[in-house]
Design a protein around this ligand. Sequence first.
Ligand SMILES: Cc1cc2nc3c(=O)[nH]c(=O)nc-3n(C[C@H](O)[C@H](O)[C@H](O)COP(=O)(O)O)c2cc1C
Length: 204
Amino acid sequence: MADDLREPVTVAITGASGAQYGLRLIEALVAADHAVWVMISKAAHLVITTETGVDLPARPQRLAEALTERCGAVAGQIRCFGREDWMAPVASGSGAPSAMVICPCSTGTLSAVATGASNNLIERAADVTLKERRRLILVPRETPLSAIHLEHMLTLTRMGAVILPAAPGFYHQPQRIDDLVDFIVARILNQLGIEHRLMPRWGG
Ligand SMILES: Cc1cc2nc3c(=O)[nH]c(=O)nc-3n(C[C@H](O)[C@H](O)[C@H](O)COP(=O)(O)O)c2cc1C
């Protein structure tokens, strides 16, 4: 039952490469019994299809049903919100969860969050998370980085956000792409203080 769940975490998937990171993060949060509030940008839908072959519905209710089935979530564990769903709880400090992850984070969304654009619900939710001094983790994937990207990352870091680049290590001798994906998802869960068994901790 959704009532027994741990506190919600907001997950936004934007149109950077690395859709697998975001989808795996949602799975891991579901497995950890957290409620997950999801937003997927229009560009991210295209990237998800391109990179994974998964065709997720655009409408929030249908998207929630599809993710619930895919992740084996209980009814109500995953909620989805649309691009201009300004009445969603994530749009206000009184309703937003204590943590939000943008994974992967496009340089476009990175820029919008750094400048407070709030032109869509993902940007607004991130703005709310920052103003409320809650946990905001951004997982950018771009290479090489321009001065604009680096300046936005520095601005956000100085505001208390965590920049966690999608740059997996190789010292755990990954055998499969999933091992690389789990490396990053484990780092995000560590930041959120959520127990997991995706990767052993260094020295553990
Ligand atoms: C297949 C594909 C891969 C992309 N990869 C990246 C990427 O790695 N990093 C990035 O910042 N943008 C990437 N883009 C471009 C973004 O999707 C684009 O800038 C978009 O406007 C971002 O919008 P959003 O932030 O609302 O999702 C990619 C686009 C496509 C179609």
